[in-house]
Ligand binder design. Sequence first.
Ligand code: MG
Length: 170
Amino acid sequence: MLDQKVVQLLNQQVNKEFYSAYLYLDFSNFFYDQGLEGFGKWYLVQAQEERDHAMLFIQYMQNNGERAVLETIDKPAISPENAKEVLAEGLKHERYVTSLIHNIYDTAHSVKDFRTMQFLDWFVKEQGEEETNADSLVKRFELFGDDPKSLYMLDSELGSRIYTAPSLVL
Ligand code: MG
């Protein structure tokens, strides 16, 4: 049986991951609207990954006899004015998600819930990658965003991102 504090945080994370998917879908729509279809595709794939994360939390709860309660997903709170702002918000959001994962880990640790800690290990690593990717996008846009040719090439590169299901098997 899982500790109820842990259950509450896992359940909350389901909503946070769906919110991330919603936010990145909004980002994707922004970029498609701007004609930056590669960036749009990149964030569309990112949205798919976030939905997968939510599903993994639901499945982990199910595997431990807990039913996830689905709450209202907030409207994306950010209305960025330009591409640079979108990417900066993406990095900020991933840092926030990392703090949420770490908080669940910390809570699981405090009640000696080693099973949940092991489940979260994948997410701790994943968040490291998410932050690196988001940071790289910010930096590359700063370097190349003002030059149309370079921006075209960056957009083309990002457009080649292909969705793959998460490597974590529960
Ligand atoms: Mg996520």
